[in-house]
Design a protein around this ligand. Sequence first.
Ligand SMILES: *[C@@H]1O[C@H](CO)[C@@H](O)[C@H](O)[C@H]1NC(C)=O
Ligand SMILES: *[C@@H]1O[C@H](CO)[C@@H](O)[C@H](O)[C@H]1NC(C)=O
Ligand SMILES: *[C@@H]1O[C@H](CO)[C@@H](O)[C@H](O)[C@H]1NC(C)=O
Ligand SMILES: *[C@@H]1O[C@H](CO)[C@@H](O)[C@H](O)[C@H]1NC(C)=O
Ligand SMILES: *[C@@H]1O[C@H](CO)[C@@H](O)[C@H](O)[C@H]1NC(C)=O
Length: 218
Amino acid sequence: MKIINISSYLTIITLLVLTTIPSSESYTNHTVGGASGWYFNRSSNKSITDYSKWASGKTFNLGDYLIFDTNTNQTVIQTYNETAYKICNADDTDAATVYSGGAEIGKQVVLSVALIIEGDNYFFSSADDGAQCQKGMAFKIDVEHGVGLPPSLNQPPPPPFVDPPPSDQSTTPSDTTNPSPQAERFHKNGGQSGRIMGMQHMGVVPFCVLFGFLVLVL
Ligand SMILES: *[C@@H]1O[C@H](CO)[C@@H](O)[C@H](O)[C@H]1NC(C)=O
Ligand SMILES: *[C@@H]1O[C@H](CO)[C@@H](O)[C@H](O)[C@H]1NC(C)=O
Ligand SMILES: *[C@@H]1O[C@H](CO)[C@@H](O)[C@H](O)[C@H]1NC(C)=O
Ligand SMILES: *[C@@H]1O[C@H](CO)[C@@H](O)[C@H](O)[C@H]1NC(C)=O
Ligand SMILES: *[C@@H]1O[C@H](CO)[C@@H](O)[C@H](O)[C@H]1NC(C)=O
């Protein structure tokens, strides 16, 4: 006669679910350039820090974010097209997303960029017709699988950019009458890739239940 031990069955299922579903602690937010932020220095005509050096030796995983502390004098292009990165121009590639803080010159913004595609990811500023990019506002990272994408980044399209809270409360009347410029994010192909990768986690929970069931029966 087989003794069915429900509690050990439940324990096994719980352990499997807990170890298979990534928690938010599995992901890292990397502030690009550290305390220097993402800035081009017009006086010296170069980036204020070496972004390739900043990126070297760091581990980047799917589901991590790059946080760009910057102002609207710089943009962020995220692309998977090495040629576009090398020529500092992503106008002719579908594999690029543009992040910007709007048209207002010199406005402080924080741009959050999710890492949703494994492998080489390229970043540069397209401001000043590529001149910033040529002078150091560019870097490449290799995104590793890690624990995979969290469910929140698995569904196309990825979540829209949320405007950061204002850094001071003293908004002028003109700020309230004019709509404040939203950070714009133009999706060219990220959604499609996200959809393909979205399949990865769909089987996890049914698999755990089936596995637990087999343990119980055998
Ligand atoms: C920008 O470059 C100028 C000239 O090289 C330098 O004096 C200044 O400290 C730099 N500013 C920053 C924020 O790095
Ligand atoms: C990559 O970028 C180059 C230069 O803009 C472009 O000619 C090429 O078509 C792009 N490739 C893809 C796959 O988008
Ligand atoms: C932003 O760029 C403008 C020129 O387009 C310049 O006058 C201004 O000083 C810059 N502001 C900052 C904070 O870099
Ligand atoms: C990381 O950045 C994302 C996007 O801005 C945000 O939703 C998330 O809360 C941040 N996580 C941490 C641990 O700061
Ligand atoms: C800054 O560098 C760019 C790119 O090399 C160059 O075209 C431009 O003339 C330089 N500007 C100044 C003020 O030196």
